[in-house]
Design a protein around this ligand. Structure first.
Ligand SMILES: NC(=O)c1ccc[n+]([C@@H]2O[C@H](COP(=O)([O-])OP(=O)(O)OC[C@H]3O[C@@H](n4cnc5c(N)ncnc54)[C@H](O)[C@@H]3O)[C@@H](O)[C@H]2O)c1
Ligand SMILES: [Zn+2]
Ligand SMILES: [Zn+2]
Length: 360
Protein backbone atom coordinates (compact mmCIF):
# COMPACT_ATOMS: atom_id res chain seq x y z
CA UNK A 1 0.00 0.00 0.00
CA UNK A 2 0.96 3.66 -0.36
CA UNK A 3 1.94 5.67 2.73
CA UNK A 4 3.70 8.89 3.73
CA UNK A 5 6.88 7.85 5.53
CA UNK A 6 9.04 10.08 7.72
CA UNK A 7 12.63 8.82 7.49
CA UNK A 8 14.42 11.76 9.05
CA UNK A 9 13.39 14.65 11.25
CA UNK A 10 12.80 17.91 9.38
CA UNK A 11 12.69 16.16 6.02
CA UNK A 12 9.58 15.90 3.85
CA UNK A 13 7.45 12.77 4.22
CA UNK A 14 8.05 10.39 1.31
CA UNK A 15 5.15 8.76 -0.49
CA UNK A 16 6.26 5.16 -0.76
CA UNK A 17 5.13 1.57 -1.06
CA UNK A 18 5.04 -0.18 2.34
CA UNK A 19 3.74 -3.54 3.57
CA UNK A 20 1.05 -4.04 6.18
CA UNK A 21 0.65 -7.24 8.23
CA UNK A 22 -2.51 -9.39 8.61
CA UNK A 23 -4.80 -8.75 11.61
CA UNK A 24 -3.76 -10.58 14.77
CA UNK A 25 -6.55 -11.91 17.07
CA UNK A 26 -7.51 -8.49 18.50
CA UNK A 27 -6.58 -6.34 15.50
CA UNK A 28 -8.62 -4.66 12.80
CA UNK A 29 -7.55 -3.73 9.28
CA UNK A 30 -9.15 -0.44 8.24
CA UNK A 31 -9.22 1.11 4.77
CA UNK A 32 -8.43 4.76 5.36
CA UNK A 33 -10.98 7.08 3.75
CA UNK A 34 -9.94 10.44 5.23
CA UNK A 35 -7.14 11.76 7.44
CA UNK A 36 -6.86 15.27 8.87
CA UNK A 37 -3.49 16.96 9.31
CA UNK A 38 -3.11 18.03 12.95
CA UNK A 39 -0.38 20.29 14.29
CA UNK A 40 0.87 17.36 16.41
CA UNK A 41 2.01 15.64 13.19
CA UNK A 42 4.18 18.68 12.54
CA UNK A 43 5.63 18.64 16.09
CA UNK A 44 6.88 15.10 15.41
CA UNK A 45 8.02 15.82 11.86
CA UNK A 46 10.18 18.74 12.99
CA UNK A 47 11.53 16.90 16.01
CA UNK A 48 10.14 19.11 18.76
CA UNK A 49 8.80 15.76 19.99
CA UNK A 50 11.08 12.79 19.28
CA UNK A 51 9.71 9.55 17.79
CA UNK A 52 11.38 6.35 16.51
CA UNK A 53 11.95 6.54 12.75
CA UNK A 54 11.12 5.61 10.09
CA UNK A 55 7.46 6.16 10.95
CA UNK A 56 4.22 6.76 9.09
CA UNK A 57 2.63 9.86 10.63
CA UNK A 58 -1.09 10.76 10.80
CA UNK A 59 -3.50 10.14 13.67
CA UNK A 60 -6.84 11.85 12.86
CA UNK A 61 -8.78 9.52 10.62
CA UNK A 62 -11.87 7.62 9.64
CA UNK A 63 -12.35 4.64 7.38
CA UNK A 64 -14.08 1.35 6.65
CA UNK A 65 -13.29 -2.01 8.23
CA UNK A 66 -11.77 -4.46 5.75
CA UNK A 67 -10.84 -7.44 7.90
CA UNK A 68 -10.99 -8.35 11.58
CA UNK A 69 -8.88 -10.66 13.75
CA UNK A 70 -10.21 -13.97 15.11
CA UNK A 71 -11.24 -12.55 18.54
CA UNK A 72 -12.82 -9.32 17.35
CA UNK A 73 -16.58 -9.11 17.59
CA UNK A 74 -16.98 -5.35 18.14
CA UNK A 75 -16.82 -4.56 14.40
CA UNK A 76 -17.20 -6.43 11.13
CA UNK A 77 -16.15 -5.87 7.52
CA UNK A 78 -17.89 -2.82 6.09
CA UNK A 79 -18.43 -0.96 9.39
CA UNK A 80 -17.57 2.75 9.40
CA UNK A 81 -15.11 3.69 12.12
CA UNK A 82 -13.25 6.64 13.57
CA UNK A 83 -9.78 5.92 14.91
CA UNK A 84 -8.42 7.26 18.19
CA UNK A 85 -4.82 7.30 19.33
CA UNK A 86 -6.07 6.86 22.93
CA UNK A 87 -6.16 3.08 22.65
CA UNK A 88 -7.30 1.69 26.03
CA UNK A 89 -6.65 -1.66 27.70
CA UNK A 90 -9.83 -1.62 29.79
CA UNK A 91 -8.33 -3.07 32.97
CA UNK A 92 -5.58 -0.73 34.28
CA UNK A 93 -6.20 1.82 37.04
CA UNK A 94 -6.59 4.67 34.53
CA UNK A 95 -9.14 2.78 32.46
CA UNK A 96 -11.08 1.56 35.48
CA UNK A 97 -11.32 5.05 36.97
CA UNK A 98 -12.57 6.57 33.72
CA UNK A 99 -9.26 8.13 32.63
CA UNK A 100 -8.85 5.97 29.56
CA UNK A 101 -6.93 8.60 27.62
CA UNK A 102 -4.06 8.13 30.11
CA UNK A 103 -3.78 4.36 29.55
CA UNK A 104 -0.26 3.36 28.53
CA UNK A 105 -0.54 -0.44 28.61
CA UNK A 106 1.99 -1.98 26.23
CA UNK A 107 -0.34 -4.89 25.42
CA UNK A 108 -2.04 -2.69 22.82
CA UNK A 109 1.09 -2.94 20.68
CA UNK A 110 2.57 -6.04 19.10
CA UNK A 111 5.16 -7.75 21.29
CA UNK A 112 8.86 -7.69 20.62
CA UNK A 113 9.75 -10.57 18.34
CA UNK A 114 6.37 -10.51 16.57
CA UNK A 115 6.22 -9.23 13.00
CA UNK A 116 5.84 -5.45 12.90
CA UNK A 117 2.40 -4.16 11.81
CA UNK A 118 4.16 -2.00 9.20
CA UNK A 119 7.21 -2.93 7.14
CA UNK A 120 9.26 -1.63 4.26
CA UNK A 121 11.80 -3.79 2.42
CA UNK A 122 11.63 -6.35 5.25
CA UNK A 123 12.46 -3.69 7.87
CA UNK A 124 9.97 -2.52 10.49
CA UNK A 125 8.39 0.93 10.30
CA UNK A 126 7.17 2.52 13.54
CA UNK A 127 3.42 2.86 13.88
CA UNK A 128 2.63 6.42 14.94
CA UNK A 129 0.51 6.75 18.11
CA UNK A 130 -1.18 3.36 17.60
CA UNK A 131 -2.49 4.42 14.18
CA UNK A 132 -0.34 5.77 11.29
CA UNK A 133 -3.17 7.33 9.31
CA UNK A 134 -1.24 8.81 6.37
CA UNK A 135 -1.57 5.44 4.65
CA UNK A 136 -4.13 3.66 2.51
CA UNK A 137 -4.73 1.13 5.29
CA UNK A 138 -4.30 1.00 9.06
CA UNK A 139 -3.79 -2.11 11.18
CA UNK A 140 -4.88 -1.22 14.70
CA UNK A 141 -5.86 -2.76 18.04
CA UNK A 142 -9.64 -3.09 18.26
CA UNK A 143 -9.51 -0.64 21.21
CA UNK A 144 -8.27 2.14 18.91
CA UNK A 145 -11.51 2.52 16.94
CA UNK A 146 -15.14 3.36 17.49
CA UNK A 147 -18.04 2.44 15.24
CA UNK A 148 -20.10 5.30 13.81
CA UNK A 149 -23.35 5.70 11.89
CA UNK A 150 -23.13 5.07 8.15
CA UNK A 151 -24.74 8.43 7.31
CA UNK A 152 -21.84 10.37 8.85
CA UNK A 153 -19.58 11.73 6.07
CA UNK A 154 -16.14 10.24 6.69
CA UNK A 155 -14.16 13.42 5.98
CA UNK A 156 -16.01 15.16 8.83
CA UNK A 157 -15.75 12.02 10.94
CA UNK A 158 -11.96 12.08 10.58
CA UNK A 159 -11.82 15.48 12.34
CA UNK A 160 -13.48 13.89 15.36
CA UNK A 161 -10.54 11.47 15.49
CA UNK A 162 -8.31 14.06 17.13
CA UNK A 163 -8.99 17.82 16.92
CA UNK A 164 -12.68 17.77 17.83
CA UNK A 165 -12.38 15.19 20.59
CA UNK A 166 -9.40 17.10 21.99
CA UNK A 167 -11.00 20.55 21.91
CA UNK A 168 -14.58 19.71 22.84
CA UNK A 169 -13.35 17.17 25.40
CA UNK A 170 -11.02 19.68 27.08
CA UNK A 171 -14.05 21.90 27.63
CA UNK A 172 -16.67 19.37 28.67
CA UNK A 173 -14.50 16.73 30.38
CA UNK A 174 -11.16 18.16 31.52
CA UNK A 175 -12.39 21.61 32.57
CA UNK A 176 -16.11 20.76 32.90
CA UNK A 177 -17.23 24.27 31.91
CA UNK A 178 -20.63 25.10 33.42
CA UNK A 179 -23.40 26.95 31.61
CA UNK A 180 -23.16 30.70 32.04
CA UNK A 181 -19.41 30.80 32.63
CA UNK A 182 -16.91 32.82 30.61
CA UNK A 183 -14.27 31.19 28.39
CA UNK A 184 -11.18 32.35 26.50
CA UNK A 185 -9.45 30.20 23.86
CA UNK A 186 -5.92 31.05 22.70
CA UNK A 187 -5.24 29.66 19.22
CA UNK A 188 -8.00 29.01 16.67
CA UNK A 189 -6.74 26.02 14.71
CA UNK A 190 -8.66 22.75 14.49
CA UNK A 191 -8.26 22.23 18.24
CA UNK A 192 -9.02 25.79 19.38
CA UNK A 193 -12.09 26.07 17.13
CA UNK A 194 -13.31 22.83 18.67
CA UNK A 195 -12.87 24.33 22.15
CA UNK A 196 -14.94 27.31 21.07
CA UNK A 197 -17.61 25.02 19.63
CA UNK A 198 -17.50 22.92 22.82
CA UNK A 199 -17.89 26.02 24.98
CA UNK A 200 -20.94 27.00 22.96
CA UNK A 201 -22.44 23.54 23.41
CA UNK A 202 -21.64 23.74 27.16
CA UNK A 203 -23.60 27.00 27.36
CA UNK A 204 -20.77 29.45 28.11
CA UNK A 205 -22.10 33.00 28.28
CA UNK A 206 -19.07 34.56 26.70
CA UNK A 207 -16.47 32.93 24.47
CA UNK A 208 -13.40 35.01 23.63
CA UNK A 209 -11.32 33.77 20.69
CA UNK A 210 -7.67 34.84 20.50
CA UNK A 211 -5.41 34.41 17.49
CA UNK A 212 -2.89 36.41 15.46
CA UNK A 213 -4.53 35.67 12.09
CA UNK A 214 -7.57 37.83 11.28
CA UNK A 215 -9.27 35.21 9.07
CA UNK A 216 -9.11 32.72 11.96
CA UNK A 217 -10.95 35.14 14.22
CA UNK A 218 -13.69 35.50 11.61
CA UNK A 219 -13.91 31.72 11.42
CA UNK A 220 -14.04 31.54 15.24
CA UNK A 221 -17.29 33.52 15.20
CA UNK A 222 -18.91 30.76 13.13
CA UNK A 223 -17.96 28.29 15.88
CA UNK A 224 -19.55 30.38 18.62
CA UNK A 225 -17.02 33.06 19.63
CA UNK A 226 -18.86 36.08 21.06
CA UNK A 227 -15.72 38.27 21.13
CA UNK A 228 -12.42 38.13 19.30
CA UNK A 229 -8.97 39.47 20.17
CA UNK A 230 -6.15 39.77 17.66
CA UNK A 231 -3.03 39.14 19.75
CA UNK A 232 -0.94 40.86 17.10
CA UNK A 233 -2.62 44.19 17.79
CA UNK A 234 -3.34 44.05 21.51
CA UNK A 235 -2.28 42.44 24.76
CA UNK A 236 -4.45 39.33 25.01
CA UNK A 237 -4.41 39.23 28.82
CA UNK A 238 -5.44 42.87 29.21
CA UNK A 239 -8.11 42.52 26.53
CA UNK A 240 -9.66 39.48 28.23
CA UNK A 241 -9.55 41.07 31.68
CA UNK A 242 -11.24 44.17 30.32
CA UNK A 243 -13.95 42.23 28.46
CA UNK A 244 -14.78 40.19 31.57
CA UNK A 245 -14.15 42.64 34.42
CA UNK A 246 -11.16 40.81 35.82
CA UNK A 247 -10.71 37.56 33.92
CA UNK A 248 -12.51 34.50 32.60
CA UNK A 249 -13.65 31.45 34.54
CA UNK A 250 -11.93 29.13 32.05
CA UNK A 251 -9.10 29.61 29.59
CA UNK A 252 -7.69 27.13 27.07
CA UNK A 253 -4.26 27.20 25.44
CA UNK A 254 -4.47 25.51 22.02
CA UNK A 255 -1.11 26.35 20.44
CA UNK A 256 1.74 24.84 22.51
CA UNK A 257 3.86 27.83 23.52
CA UNK A 258 5.34 28.93 26.84
CA UNK A 259 4.20 32.54 26.35
CA UNK A 260 0.57 31.71 25.56
CA UNK A 261 0.41 29.16 28.39
CA UNK A 262 1.50 31.88 30.80
CA UNK A 263 -1.11 34.20 29.27
CA UNK A 264 -3.77 31.53 29.77
CA UNK A 265 -2.99 31.48 33.51
CA UNK A 266 -2.92 35.28 33.76
CA UNK A 267 -6.30 35.76 32.09
CA UNK A 268 -8.36 33.68 34.55
CA UNK A 269 -10.18 35.22 37.47
CA UNK A 270 -9.81 34.10 41.11
CA UNK A 271 -11.01 30.50 41.31
CA UNK A 272 -10.61 30.13 37.55
CA UNK A 273 -8.94 27.31 35.67
CA UNK A 274 -6.46 27.41 32.78
CA UNK A 275 -6.25 24.24 30.68
CA UNK A 276 -3.22 23.63 28.49
CA UNK A 277 -3.90 21.54 25.39
CA UNK A 278 -1.02 22.64 23.14
CA UNK A 279 2.10 20.47 22.95
CA UNK A 280 4.76 22.63 24.54
CA UNK A 281 8.18 21.60 23.18
CA UNK A 282 10.07 19.13 25.40
CA UNK A 283 12.56 20.82 27.80
CA UNK A 284 10.45 24.00 27.91
CA UNK A 285 9.61 25.28 31.40
CA UNK A 286 6.49 27.34 32.11
CA UNK A 287 6.49 30.11 34.75
CA UNK A 288 3.56 31.31 36.78
CA UNK A 289 3.30 33.83 39.61
CA UNK A 290 3.21 31.65 42.75
CA UNK A 291 1.08 33.80 45.07
CA UNK A 292 -1.82 33.59 42.63
CA UNK A 293 -2.48 30.05 43.82
CA UNK A 294 -3.80 31.70 47.01
CA UNK A 295 -6.59 33.01 44.79
CA UNK A 296 -7.42 29.39 43.94
CA UNK A 297 -6.34 29.73 40.34
CA UNK A 298 -5.74 26.39 38.66
CA UNK A 299 -3.42 25.30 35.87
CA UNK A 300 -3.95 21.86 34.32
CA UNK A 301 -3.15 19.80 31.24
CA UNK A 302 -5.54 17.96 28.97
CA UNK A 303 -4.73 14.87 26.95
CA UNK A 304 -7.00 14.11 23.99
CA UNK A 305 -9.85 15.87 25.75
CA UNK A 306 -9.84 13.37 28.66
CA UNK A 307 -11.89 11.22 26.30
CA UNK A 308 -13.85 8.03 26.67
CA UNK A 309 -13.91 7.99 22.91
CA UNK A 310 -16.28 5.08 22.30
CA UNK A 311 -18.90 7.09 24.18
CA UNK A 312 -17.82 10.57 23.08
CA UNK A 313 -17.25 10.13 19.36
CA UNK A 314 -20.70 8.75 18.46
CA UNK A 315 -22.17 11.66 20.48
CA UNK A 316 -20.03 14.14 18.52
CA UNK A 317 -21.30 12.54 15.31
CA UNK A 318 -24.87 13.17 16.51
CA UNK A 319 -23.89 16.75 17.41
CA UNK A 320 -22.64 17.29 13.86
CA UNK A 321 -25.69 15.71 12.23
CA UNK A 322 -28.02 17.82 14.38
CA UNK A 323 -26.17 21.03 13.51
CA UNK A 324 -24.40 21.61 16.83
CA UNK A 325 -20.82 20.88 15.71
CA UNK A 326 -19.73 23.05 12.79
CA UNK A 327 -17.40 20.60 11.08
CA UNK A 328 -18.18 21.82 7.55
CA UNK A 329 -16.48 25.11 8.40
CA UNK A 330 -13.43 23.38 9.82
CA UNK A 331 -12.28 21.84 6.54
CA UNK A 332 -9.99 24.26 4.70
CA UNK A 333 -9.43 21.87 1.81
CA UNK A 334 -9.47 18.25 0.71
CA UNK A 335 -6.06 17.15 -0.57
CA UNK A 336 -4.41 13.98 -1.83
CA UNK A 337 -1.76 12.01 0.04
CA UNK A 338 0.82 13.38 -2.40
CA UNK A 339 0.13 16.89 -1.05
CA UNK A 340 0.75 15.97 2.59
CA UNK A 341 3.96 18.02 2.87
CA UNK A 342 2.30 21.19 1.59
CA UNK A 343 -0.56 20.51 4.02
CA UNK A 344 1.86 20.22 6.95
CA UNK A 345 3.69 23.35 5.92
CA UNK A 346 0.47 25.37 5.82
CA UNK A 347 0.12 24.80 9.56
CA UNK A 348 3.19 27.00 10.09
CA UNK A 349 1.38 30.13 8.96
CA UNK A 350 -1.79 29.56 11.00
CA UNK A 351 -3.96 30.24 7.92
CA UNK A 352 -5.67 26.84 7.74
CA UNK A 353 -8.03 25.13 10.15
CA UNK A 354 -7.80 21.59 8.80
CA UNK A 355 -6.58 20.08 5.56
CA UNK A 356 -8.07 16.64 5.06
CA UNK A 357 -6.36 13.98 2.98
CA UNK A 358 -8.83 11.93 0.95
CA UNK A 359 -7.79 8.46 -0.22
CA UNK A 360 -8.68 6.96 -3.63
N1 LIG B 1 -3.24 17.71 24.29
C1 LIG B 1 -3.63 16.96 23.27
O1 LIG B 1 -4.14 15.86 23.47
C2 LIG B 1 -3.52 17.47 21.87
C3 LIG B 1 -4.23 16.87 20.83
C4 LIG B 1 -4.19 17.44 19.56
C5 LIG B 1 -3.40 18.55 19.33
N2 LIG B 1 -2.67 19.07 20.35
C6 LIG B 1 -1.86 20.28 20.19
O2 LIG B 1 -2.73 21.40 20.17
C7 LIG B 1 -2.09 22.49 19.51
C8 LIG B 1 -3.01 23.07 18.46
O3 LIG B 1 -3.20 22.15 17.40
P1 LIG B 1 -3.92 22.60 16.05
O4 LIG B 1 -3.87 21.43 15.13
O5 LIG B 1 -5.21 23.26 16.34
O6 LIG B 1 -2.88 23.71 15.54
P2 LIG B 1 -3.02 24.80 14.36
O7 LIG B 1 -1.67 25.04 13.84
O8 LIG B 1 -4.08 24.37 13.42
O9 LIG B 1 -3.57 26.10 15.12
C9 LIG B 1 -2.80 26.94 15.90
C10 LIG B 1 -3.43 28.33 15.89
O10 LIG B 1 -2.71 29.17 16.81
C11 LIG B 1 -2.52 30.45 16.22
N3 LIG B 1 -1.35 31.07 16.86
C12 LIG B 1 -0.03 30.77 16.68
N4 LIG B 1 0.74 31.53 17.47
C13 LIG B 1 -0.10 32.35 18.20
C14 LIG B 1 0.09 33.34 19.22
N5 LIG B 1 1.30 33.64 19.65
N6 LIG B 1 -1.02 33.93 19.74
C15 LIG B 1 -2.27 33.61 19.32
N7 LIG B 1 -2.50 32.67 18.35
C16 LIG B 1 -1.44 32.06 17.79
C17 LIG B 1 -2.36 30.16 14.73
O11 LIG B 1 -2.65 31.30 13.95
C18 LIG B 1 -3.38 29.03 14.53
O12 LIG B 1 -4.66 29.54 14.22
C19 LIG B 1 -0.78 21.88 18.95
O13 LIG B 1 0.28 22.13 19.85
C20 LIG B 1 -1.09 20.41 18.90
O14 LIG B 1 0.07 19.62 18.91
C21 LIG B 1 -2.72 18.57 21.61
ZN1 LIG C 1 -3.87 15.55 16.73
ZN1 LIG D 1 -5.75 0.89 30.52
Amino acid sequence: MKAAVLHEVNQPLEIQEVQISKPGPREVLVRTVAAGICHSDLHFQNGSYPYPLPAILGHESAGIVEEVGSSVNYVKKGDHVITCLSAFCGHCEYCLTGHMSLCQEPELLRKEGEESRLMQNAKPIAQFLNLSSFAEQMLVHEHAITKVRDDMPLDRAALIGCGVTTGVGAVIHTAAVEPGSTVAVIGCGGVGLSCINGAEIAGASRIIAIDTVASKLELARKFGATDVVNAKDSDAVEAVRELTQGGVHYSFEAIGLKATTEQAFKMIRAGGCATVIGMIPVCTMVEVHGPEFLREKKLQGSNMGSNRFRVDMPRFVDFYLSGKLHLDDMISSHISLEDVNAGLQQLETGEVARNVIMFE
